[in-house]
Design a binder for this molecule. Structure first.
Ligand code: PLP
Length: 220
């Protein structure tokens, strides 16, 4: 078994049923993604449009690609034909453009709403109240080509795991609050990365986004 396959097997063996491992492959070469694919990995995440567009055609078509980075409105059109889920929806304007581009491709696109819970101002996302307003008050036909599949969040980058845990707990509570309003498609809570995913899973994550612990350090 190669190192990547071993990493995936080790992470998977510690995950409860119902928690998905998304392999964050940003900055890693196609060869590394192929190793993960050959080990059975099918869900991958990238955070830059150019890099995703370069890799996607070189890899098998049954990969489920998630976009997890800041997405400029004028770049949505490039990924709309094949992206499975846009996890990083952080404004109504971006949601509207995803809806528009999905319609042009005759697709319905799955999105997650990114929630700002971390203490750093640099992290993107809706405030909890903006998110509540969007989920509760958007008219049913406002985004006909979009399915809101849940929430995504990033904890503060800190060694204080108690703070991280509280942020994840808050996200789970918001997810549980909105689920009855949002409907059946709302089934994903994306939280947890290499440094904090065990805590995220304990607090109710359903999808962890793991880069370094799968592929090793990135050469940025
Ligand atoms: C890079 C990235 C990850 C993965 O980070 P690791 O610490 O390498 O696991 C997860 N989520 C987002 C949004 C990222 O940009």
């Amino acid at each position: 078994m190669n190192a990547i396959a071993g990493n995936i097997a080790r992470i998977q063996s510690g995950l409860p049923a119902g928690v998905t491992l998304l392999a964050v492959s940003k900055f890693h070469p196609v060869k590394a993604l192929r190793e993960a694919y050959d080990a059975g990995q099918r869900v991958f995440g990238e955070n830059r449009v150019q890099e995703l567009l370069a890799k996607q055609p070189l890899l098998p078509p049954d990969i489920e690609w998630h976009f997890i980075g800041t997405l400029q409105i004028n770049k949505v059109k490039y990924i709309a034909p094949f992206i499975h889920t846009v996890q990083s929806i952080d404004s109504p304007a971006l949601l509207k453009e995803v809806d528009r581009q999905a319609a042009r491709c005759n697709r319905t696109l799955r999105v997650l709403l990114e929630i700002h819970v971390a203490a750093e101002p640099s992290k993107h996302g809706f405030s909890p109240d903006e998110c509540r307003t969007l989920v509760r008050n958007a008219p049913a036909d406002a985004y006909p080509h979009v399915r809101i599949g849940g929430l995504m969040g990033m904890a503060t980058f800190t060694d204080d795991m108690e703070q991280v845990r509280q942020e994840f707990r808050f996200l789970r509570a918001l997810f549980d609050e909105l689920k009855p309003v949002a409907g059946d498609a709302f089934d994903t809570l994306s939280m947890g990365m290499s440094g904090d995913y065990p805590v995220a899973v304990e607090e109710g994550s359903t999808l962890i986004r793991v880069g370094t612990s799968v592929f090793g350090e990135r050469e940025a």
